[in-house]
Ligand binder design. Structure first.
Ligand SMILES: Nc1nc2c(ncn2[C@@H]2O[C@H](COP(=O)(O)OP(=O)(O)OP(=O)(O)O)[C@@H](O)[C@H]2O)c(=O)[nH]1
Ligand SMILES: [Mg+2]
Ligand SMILES: [Zn+2]
Length: 379
């Protein structure tokens, strides 16, 4: 007989700001007055042990998410988080501006952001077209990165990642592709690579990159959002799937989505003439539905993408071309960095492994040692 699932109790430390006087004009004050605390009577208890050590007992599901009464709540998917609030699309097609219940922030024991684009949530409707998020459903596959020594969720509940690079303007960065590939591997996401702005370069320049990544087994597509090359093929790769689209600012992520679905009317920017780095036209990740099925999360361009907490010994898993050589290294557990008689490094010297890929590998393995102050966001 199936075991009945029952919520269990956990103790949650209050955040400091829950025990201090609320500021005038606090955005969530209205909702708390509207009964956040009353709703939880019976399921939560407060024991005061001095002002700053208050804890609350809450009921959580087996998966760790907060147990709530779903009969008073509406289910929806987070389209775009905007700091204190986010827009949530309901299954009946409405878009509701939602704030987040503070208790969720206290429950978030790892230091991730509480809500991400693509999250499935339950909210309690309030006046106007607003609501209060009570529960975040457990996430399936996610894309995260390291940002200021914390794990930042970029997108939740996605099947695949589309890594967009521009072959020119801004300068093509191969190393970034490899970082995204490792993060995709960690998150269990299928990785697709899109080389955009193909109209700006001679085809012969692209061959080595196309050859390398297709030999490694990744789907790779050459596109031009300007003249429409490759757009049909790309549409086929995204159809019916949940995809997060990533890449530097100015590579053409939003332009490609407009080319796929002209109804989206996404803002696209100018690549600034003097830096050729792009101008950050998209400022928050947003979930968009595609006309022929599936959805995409368009993300803002970021300058630095670091993989979140991967052990050096695990990085080689995501470099399949190393695998035939690793068993020939002299030391078991060789990290292929500075060990003697390393078969991977010999293969790089013999050009059997791409130097650029090996360079990416070394950077990812040693990224923990990088000065955190180097991490910056282009926004
Ligand atoms: N020549 C050429 N220009 C393109 C192509 N795709 C996009 N662009 C131009 O590149 C610039 C940046 O495009 P966006 O779509 O805003 O780039 P993005 O990746 O969304 O940038 P962020 O939102 O800042 O992350 C715009 O001026 C586009 O017109 C292309 O295939 N060829
Ligand atoms: Mg954009
Ligand atoms: Zn080795």
């Amino acid at each position: 007989m199936a075991k009945e699932k029952r919520p269990k109790k956990v103790r949650v430390q209050f955040q400091k700001n829950r025990v201090t006087r609320r500021r005038e004009g606090d955005l969530t004050r209205y909702y708390e007055q509207a009964g956040e605390d009353e709703e939880t009577v019976g399921s939560e208890s407060v024991r005061a042990k001095g002002e700053l050590s208050r804890k609350r007992t809450v009921h959580v599901e087996e998966d760790g998410s907060l147990a709530i009464d779903e009969s008073n709540a509406v289910r929806g998917r987070v389209m775009a988080p905007h700091g204190l609030f986010c827009y949530v699309a309901t299954t009946d097609g409405r878009i509701v501006k939602c704030y987040t219940r503070r208790l969720l922030k206290s429950l978030e024991r790892d230091s991730r952001n509480v809500i991400a684009s693509g999250d499935w949530v339950w909210f309690r409707p309030a006046h106007g077209n607003e609501g209060l998020i009570l529960r975040v459903e457990p996430r399936q596959k996610v894309l995260t990165r390291a940002y200021r020594q914390r794990e930042q969720l970029i997108a939740a509940n996605v099947d695949q990642i589309l890594i967009v690079c521009a072959l020119a303007e801004p300068e093509f960065k191969r190393n970034l592709i490899d970082r995204y590939l490792v993060s995709a591997g960690i998150g269990g996401l299928k990785a697709l690579i899109c080389l955009n702005k193909a109209d700006l370069v001679d085809p012969w320049r692209i061959q080595p990159v196309l050859g390398l990544y297709s030999q490694l087994g990744y789907s790779i597509v050459l596109t031009s959002a300007r003249n429409g090359w490759g757009v049909d093929r790309l549409r086929g790769m995204l159809r019916g799937k949940e995809t997060v689209i990533v890449g530097q600012s100015g590579v053409g992520k939003s332009s490609l989505l407009n080319a796929l679905n002209p109804d989206l009317h996404l803002r696209v920017g100018d690549v600034s003439e003097w830096t050729k780095k792009g101008k950050h036209t998209t400022t928050t990740a947003q979930l968009l539905s595609l006309a022929d099925g599936g959805s995409v999360i368009d993300t803002p361009g970021i300058r630095q993408f670091d993989v979140w907490k991967v052990e050096s010994g695990d990085v080689e898993k995501f470099f399949p071309e190393f695998h035939p050589f690793t068993t020939h290294c002299r030391f078991p557990g060789c990290l292929h960095l500075d060990e003697t008689e390393c078969a991977v490094r010999s293969a790089v010297a013999d050009r059997m492994i791409s130097f650029n890929r090996y360079d990416s590998y070394v950077r990812i393995c040693t990224q923990g040692a990088l000065d955190a102050s180097k991490e910056e966001e282009e926004q």
